[in-house]
Design a protein around this ligand. Structure first.
Ligand SMILES: C[S@@+](CC[C@H](N)C(=O)[O-])C[C@H]1O[C@@H](n2cnc3c(N)ncnc32)[C@H](O)[C@@H]1O
Length: 459
């Protein structure tokens, strides 16, 4: 049994009444549900159901989401390394659905690490338009960038900035913004019991103060008639209904929009706010005693007022003569040339998302698709390129199957035997999905799987 903080227990009884609070506390005696979300950029849910060797049950509020049994460990399967799915807490899948970005839109995910919602947003956008996925903490921004890579995103720029600096660059710029705010994490006590140790009423108040600041910056960056989704994984009204209540009060040009609710998703509770504004019932709450998932809150807001806008210039592409080595690599390794805005950061070459603005002096962790590194007189492809294209985009393939053993050797960094005729950059596939690079020469494939991602120990 979980030892919930006493003050938290009492607060929830006072808010919910003892009967509902009893049902809520009972969930802490039950195991939590585990979820994965299919990466629709690489395969359909039906295709994963057909080929995955584990038992999957649909999550009713997310078409791409499935419950899995923890003992099946899908995180250990090579499909995970190939970016066919993202392991994500089931309730967390609801939030990106509420924002519902469209292909070609310009979207900001302001608090994005480790990237569950960003990778879902990018997939919903069909890898088109522009997603700026931001995280202020450098280590977390790197983890975010790795997930963006694994899921094969091409439309995403990962930034490592405080919201204030982004707001300086992008006033009135975004069609849609997600603020998945840092919060007191009450909804994750079962998933992350550590969160209980730093919980206190004072911590809730600190989180609420930070959230209000972040929301102000999001407001500045939203274009007129743009849509903002604010979400937390906590139950405290101070961070949920009351936060939205005071945000709306401060900005009369904002209007709450209804969020479609089904399969146990509940309305927000206006009676827990200062004003008791009935519109707050349009917000959504996910409760562990009402559905199979942890606690979440989401509010969807449109901004009717005008926004001051800064003129953006499109990012320029580098001159073609600087791409000589890249184009030679491309001829050897890819079926078709890539086009778009090519951009160097140092000697690293990126293909920027369409309509990408000049990124100026922003701290960039990843600028769209990372193609590779310009070395002295040659070009070396990046792991991201292997994961962002379908297998038939490559000239040479080393096809591995998940029922065999070689994929495990590959992920451990070993060389593999190969057809003698192949020479040069070759993509390694698992059941037809790219897994990484190798370099073929003299009947062996030298392993180019990134050292930092290699598996260690028992094969
Ligand atoms: C709830 S988590 C985001 C989870 C993420 N959206 C996902 O789906 O994987 C909140 C994130 O906000 C970041 N954060 C903390 N302070 C912040 C601030 N002042 N501005 C923006 N983000 C902040 C945290 O480091 C954390 O990564």
């Amino acid at each position: 049994m979980f030892e919930l903080p006493e003050a938290f227990r009492n607060k929830m009884i006072a808010l919910m009444g003892s009967e509902e609070a009893g049902a809520f506390f009972e969930t802490y005696n039950q195991d939590r549900a585990f979820g994965l979300r299919v990466n629709s950029l690489k395969l359909s849910p039906a295709k994963l159901l057909e080929c995955a060797p584990f038992h999957l049950e649909p999550i009713p509020f997310c078409q791409e989401g499935f419950y899995y049994q923890n003992s099946d460990a899908p995180g250990q399967h090579p499909y995970h390394q190939a970016g066919l799915y993202y392991i994500q807490e089931p309730s967390a899948m609801f939030v990106a659905k509420a924002l519902d970005p469209k292909p070609g839109e310009c979207v900001l995910d302001l608090c994005a690490a480790p990237g569950g919602k960003s990778t879902q947003l990018a997939a919903t956008m069909g890898n088109t338009g522009l997603l700026i996925s931001n995280e202020p903490y450098p280590k977390r921004a790197r983890a975010l960038s790795e997930n963006v890579e694994r899921m094969g995103l091409k439309n995403t720029v990962v930034t490592n900035e405080m919201p204030e600096r982004l707001a300086h660059y992008f006033p009135g710029y975004f069609d849609k913004i997600l603020v998945d705010a840092p919060c007191s994490g009450e909804g994750m006590f079962r998933k992350d019991p550590e969160a209980m140790h730093y919980w206190s009423p004072e911590h809730v108040a600190e989180c609420a103060a930070l959230q209000a600041q972040i929301l102000e910056q999001a407001y500045v960056m939203l274009r007129s008639e743009g849509i903002l989704v604010y979400s937390t994984c906590t139950f405290s009204p101070e961070e949920d209904e009351r936060m939205i209540d005071s945000f709306l009060e401060k900005h009369p040009d904002l209007e709450l929009l209804p969020i479609e609710k089904k399969a146990g998703v509940s309305n927000g509770r206006p009676q827990w706010s200062e004003s008791e504004n009935p519109d707050l019932s349009k917000t959504a709450r996910l409760w562990p005693h009402r559905l199979l998932g942890e606690g979440h809150f989401a509010a969807k807001i449109v901004k009717h007022g005008s926004a001051s806008v800064r003129k953006q210039t499109a990012a320029p592409s580098v001159k073609e003569n600087l791409l000589k080595d890249y184009r030679m690599f491309e001829q050897q390794a890819l079926q078709r040339p890539l086009n778009g805005i090519f951009h160097f950061i140092g000697n690293q070459l990126f293909l920027l998302p369409d309509d990408c603005p000049d990124l100026g002096r922003l701290k960039i962790v990843r600028a769209g698709l990372h193609l590779g590194e310009q070395k002295k007189n040659r070009f070396e492809p990046n792991h991201s390129l292997a994961l962002a294209l379908p297998a038939d985009a490559f000239q040479y393939q080393c096809p591995l199957v998940s029922s065999g053993e070689d994929w495990n050797r590959y992920l451990h960094g070993e060389t593999l035997p190969l057809d003698n005729a192949l020479k040069g950059w070759t993509v390694v596939t698992i059941d037809g999905f790219p897994l990484g690079w190798g370099k073929a020469s003299g009947g062996i494939l030298k392993n180019s799987y990134p050292k930092g991602l290699r598996r260690r120990g028992i094969k």
